[in-house]
Write a protein that binds this ligand. Structure first.
Ligand SMILES: Cc1ncc(COP(=O)(O)O)c(C=O)c1O
Length: 365
């Protein structure tokens, strides 16, 4: 059966030019970028070229890019590398939230019902000892985009630094790092492989490292760099990007029109153009994910299986949905390879699956 992939916020397929770019660095050019011989220097050149590509993509200087093993490590490095009180939000990814819980000394601000974090809420959470404000650029589940420049101003006015988790914004919307001190990105959300990411660290920002060893990455991140993965991230950053808003709108309108009792989560909020999150009254999200999977479609539900039980998403709970509403939400996220025909098939499949699941749910009248 043909497969249709609509879960690009979970991970993306690796783009063919990205594979082509990294292969020579797996095969012939295996050198260690810290070695002074020719093999080492070739690796070093490839690493620095990749760093330039990432920097050009983010509009920053090459030396402001620290390669990491992914978005989680970039977020951890930012959030754990600054001492003092942190202001963040309840809709952050666990890469930020769990790191904060581990370090302590933080205040979380709740968003409004559409998922937007208000500057006033962040301002009121600031304390004299606040050293960092960390607010994500785009949310992974809702796609809601925050006005990060405003949060940077609030942080700076209080003498604090500003970090943003840009993992779900990169490649989807224009990135402007004016005022931003720290910014995380992840390769596998950008058509590069898993296991690589980067943290933008504005020149002059003091950040204590999280791992210790050699003086790789200007002393910010010890460990021999993976040149093939860095090259892949650089190539992915240099790739032209498509705009999926027309396809996303077609999908959204199609589902809301064809399936009764559906609601768009975060309607009216600014969103990245590839993401839609829809609530289906009376349907268990997990059941919908399985029903669609059996029909050939990969999507994601607003719930995660933790310690054996299906728990509603903390993001959907944070925007004020009930547990049932959160558990009946489905995220569709578009990307490389999706077409109008696929969208139309997906609308048909969702319509059929919703009718089937509701027939089987006696409580749904
Ligand atoms: C918003 C956000 N931040 C951080 C991460 C973690 O990135 P990685 O999977 O590269 O560790 C993800 C991945 O789902 C994400 O969506």
């Amino acid at each position: 059966m043909e497969r249709y992939y609509f879960d690009h916020n979970a991970t993306t397929p690796v783009a063919p030019p990205v594979v082509d770019a990294m292969l020579p660095h797996l095969r012939a050019h295996f050198g260690n970028a810290s070695s002074i011989h020719q093999e080492g220097q070739a690796a070093k050149q490839a690493l620095e070229r990749a760093r330039r590509q990432v920097a050009a993509f983010l509009g920053c200087a090459q030396k402001e890019i620290v390669f990491t093993s992914g978005g989680t490590e970039a977020d951890n490095l930012a959030v754990l590398g600054v001492e003092g009180h942190v202001v963040s939000s309840t809709i952050e990814h666990p890469a930020v939230l769990a790191a904060l819980k581990n370090r302590g000394h933080f205040t979380l601000v709740a968003p409004d019902r559409s998922g937007v974090v208000s500057p006033d809420a962040v301002r009121s959470a600031m304390r004299p000892d606040t050293a960092l404000v960390s607010i994500m650029h785009a949310n992974n589940e809702l796609g809601v985009v925050q006005e990060i420049a405003g949060f940077a101003e609030i942080a700076h006015a209080a003498g604090a630094l500003f970090h943003s988790d840009g993992v779900q914004a990169c490649g989807k919307i224009a990135i402007d790092l004016t005022g931003v001190d720290l910014y995380s990105i992840s390769g596998h959300k950008l058509n590069a492989p898993k296991g690589v990411g980067a943290l933008f660290v504005r020149e002059g920002v003091a950040l204590s490292p999280r791992q210790f060893g050699g003086r790789h990455e200007s002393g910010r991140r010890a460990g021999t760099e993976s040149v093939p993965l860095a090259v892949a991230l650089g190539e992915a950053c240099a790739m032209p990007r498509e705009d999926y808003s027309a396809l996303r709108d077609r999908l959204e309108e199609g589902i809301l029109r064809s399936v009764s009792d559906t609601t768009l989560n975060s309607a009216g909020a600014p969103r990245v153009p590839n993401t839609t999150n829809i609530r289906f009254d009376g349907i268990e999200g997990e059941a919908m994910v399985i029903a669609l999977d059996l029909r050939g479609f990969a999507v994601s539900s607003g719930a995660a299986c933790s310690s054996g039980a299906v728990e509603p998403s903390h993001v959907l709970m944070a925007i004020g949905l009930t547990r049932e509403q959160a558990k009946s939400s489905i995220r569709f996220s578009l990307g490389l390879g999706n077409t109008v025909e696929q969208i139309d098939r997906l609308i048909e499949a969702v319509t059929a699956a919703a009718a089937h699941l509701r027939r089987m749910a006696p409580a749904y009248a």
